[in-house]
Design a protein around this ligand. Structure first.
Ligand code: SF4
Length: 348
């Protein structure tokens, strides 16, 4: 097998950031040695070998990889997919490793205890968010799921991808999202080369509600009933297949999130073997921190942010933020601030 990495050199001669990130992932996972050849695609020179290969394989993304085995040649535009399908063995057998000096206790079995969680919070008290993500994935791998919906969750996915470890991602398709959000979900999928499991609400329950109360009952009697069907129940179902999950919650996001811990024991949902370990790696960060991170990493974002939206949920229940307004004020704005939660994170 011969593996070639095609890296991009930008028109001004600088390296492409995503190519550097991909190389960093491979090096951190000890897989760099398995890349046999690196070829440059120079943006300013269409005749450069890499540009010719990109044209020949009709690839527009950088970096990409060519894996040749005999006559068979496979193109990968995602380093994660490459590792999974071609370099999977070293990844899957890699033992959990200390994260930036934060060697953490291993929960004794699949049921983390309150004591395990307290110890984790202590050990990671000063750790960077990526160290928290790395530890969770080193312990749980694909049994840990990232619940994806907004900008914060992309930061968590980006951190997870940067570790080179295996992980799962799901999102709740309530059926009431903005078209921009659907495009955003798909951009995240292609950008990171990850599978995103879409969880849909129970059709019978939603049909019954709409038949009885119409499509906008939440404006009259609150959002709990609709959110319960379109978000809470599908989340419960999704988490049934995992042992741990990661959320993008921040403490400063709303009055209901001020006590969010880095690690929590989630007894409100039942995972494969019981209560789940829930990690909130961004708990101590601010909205500004998250956006600085996303810009720095050139991560995909929802185009609605460019039109003044900060916190984005379903279309009928989200409006653009007004100047000086708290970010959550634009969600369920007709209800009291302390009730502006969809129920996904309310029960610890
Ligand atoms: S945010 Fe609005 S539309 Fe979406 S599930 Fe909740 S109440 Fe229903």
């Amino acid at each position: 097998m011969h593996v070639t990495m095609i890296k991009k050199e930008l028109a001004d001669g600088s390296p492409c950031k995503k190519c550097l990130q991909a190389e960093e992932i491979l090096r951190r996972r000890g897989l760099w040695e398995q890349i046999d050849e690196v070829i440059f695609a120079k943006e300013a020179d269409p005749a450069s070998p890499g540009m010719k290969l990109a044209a020949a394989h009709r690839v527009e993304l950088a970096p990409f990889f060519l894996v040749k085995e005999g006559e068979r040649e496979v193109v990968y535009t995602s380093v994660i997919e490459l590792m999974r399908e071609q370099l999977a063995s070293p990844m899957s057998v890699a033992p959990p490793r200390p994260t930036n000096g934060h060697a953490a206790p291993q929960p004794s079995d699949d049921h983390p205890s309150e004591q395990d969680v307290a110890e984790l919070n202590q050990r990671f008290a000063t750790a960077e968010p990526v160290a928290v993500v790395d530890w969770v994935l080193s312990r749980y791998g694909e049994s840990a799921a990232i619940a994806f919906s907004g900008a914060e969750d992309v930061a968590v996915i980006d951190m997870a991808a940067s570790t080179g470890r295996r992980f799962s991602v799901f999102t709740l398709d309530t059926g009431r999202l903005h078209p921009e959000t659907y495009r955003f979900i798909d951009r995240v999928r292609t950008h990171y080369g990850v599978k995103i499991e879409l969880m849909f609400p129970d059709r019978v329950a939603v049909e019954e509600l709409v038949r009885k109360k119409g499509l906008f009952s939440f404006y009259d009697d609150g959002h709990n009933e609709c959110c319960g069907m379109r978000k809470v129940e599908p989340l419960h179902r999704a988490l049934g297949g995992f042992r741990a999950w990661l959320s993008g919650q921040r403490r400063d996001q709303s009055p209901t999130r001020t006590n969010v811990e880095l690690f929590e024991l989630d007894r409100a949902h039942r995972g494969v073997t019981g209560p789940l370990l829930k990690a909130n790696p961004l708990a101590r960060t601010t909205l500004g921190d998250v956006w600085n991170y996303l810009r720095d990493r050139q991560a995909p974002t929802n185009e609605l942010h460019d039109r003044g939206y900060v916190s984005i949920g379903c279309e009928p229940c989200t409006r653009a933020s007004r100047p000086g307004e708290h970010e959550r004020a634009s969600r369920w704005w007709w209800e009291e601030a302390t009730k502006r939660e969809c129920g996904l994170h309310t029960a610890k």
